[in-house]
Design a protein around this ligand. Sequence first.
Ligand SMILES: NC(=O)c1ccc[n+]([C@@H]2O[C@H](COP(=O)([O-])OP(=O)(O)OC[C@H]3O[C@@H](n4cnc5c(N)ncnc54)[C@H](O)[C@@H]3O)[C@@H](O)[C@H]2O)c1
Length: 355
Amino acid sequence: MPRYLVTGAAGFIGSNFVDHLLARPQGEHVVGLDCLSYAGRMENLAAALTHDAFTFVEGDINDTSLVAALLEEHDIGIIVHFAAESHVDRSISGPAPFIHANINGTHALLEAARAAWRAGDGRWREGCRFHHVSTDEVYGSLGEDDPAFSESTPYAPNSPYAASKAASDHLVRAWAHTFDLPVTISNCSNNYGPRQYPEKLLPLTILNAVHGKRLPIYGKGTNIRDWLHVDDHCRGIDLILTKGRPGETYNIGTGNEWRNVDLVNLLCGLIDDLFAARGDLKERYPRAPAAHGQKTKDLIAFVSDRPGHDLRYGINAEKIRALGYGARHPFKAGLKASVAWYLDNQDWWAPLLAD
Ligand SMILES: NC(=O)c1ccc[n+]([C@@H]2O[C@H](COP(=O)([O-])OP(=O)(O)OC[C@H]3O[C@@H](n4cnc5c(N)ncnc54)[C@H](O)[C@@H]3O)[C@@H](O)[C@H]2O)c1
């Protein structure tokens, strides 16, 4: 039975992936590794920590002796690599941590896997796999009428974040090509769902709205992103691990493209509807316009655009669909449930706003 190392396990997607693995009947052992940066939180692993099959280790993926010891002690056969600096705005104000975590960290992990999994006869340990979690941002920006990104779209990363992820993808690809390490890569569209750090568009919008603060939208709000529920991202990675071919890259997405301004307006409407339906929200969030029957969308404020802001990302997911992939969360229902999660989990986000 495979034993997993999940890096970045205390972050948004990593923690959801750990929960996904632990919910399966197979009962595989899962080790979560995370350095607990500002985005990594033990609260995200509250459910996982109640499982005997889960072990958490605090540490940096660049710590080669720690990673080597973990691979050996826990007999790890599958690495699912989420650990990264992930916020584009932070990469613009300070790129160095992105080079350390995303490029150097991926290199360190690849080398640890190469050392641990080499079998005596020059082949690799049976069933081992290094899965690298990446983003559609490596492909650069699409025009409004361009065909969506496919796996053969040339890389053209525009932000320091995207460039660091592109570099890490190239390292993973090279370790497969040169050393024949069994790797897969996934490039996914924008995720939404529970436990996303409140610097990102969806939680930022929801939490600002309940505090009566302005809802900033870059530029004219015409930038387009392709949105996927975090559970559907996790299911896609799992499918690639079970049915994907080593050495291959798979895009994950559903072609669910939204202009930022339309998405924020949709969120505002969902917040208004939830406040209208639930009296408890009016009491808990008295500063929200929706608590007084006013429209949340009146808080929208257009702000100076992000430097180098990509116009559009869109995913052509034909290749993973051929493995049997389909998203399970209808977008508006998934978004409504996510808004309700943030409104009902003040204990999760309040300490972050205090910071
Ligand atoms: N959020 C999205 O919409 C999205 C979409 C596609 C791909 N991705 C990719 O998915 C992965 C996870 O993204 P996320 O949104 O969950 O990010 P996140 O910022 O919420 O979590 C990243 C986690 O990695 C940990 N980490 C950072 N540097 C580390 C290091 N050197 N050693 C150990 N742990 C470290 C952090 O502590 C944090 O827990 C990233 O690789 C990101 O590029 C994200």
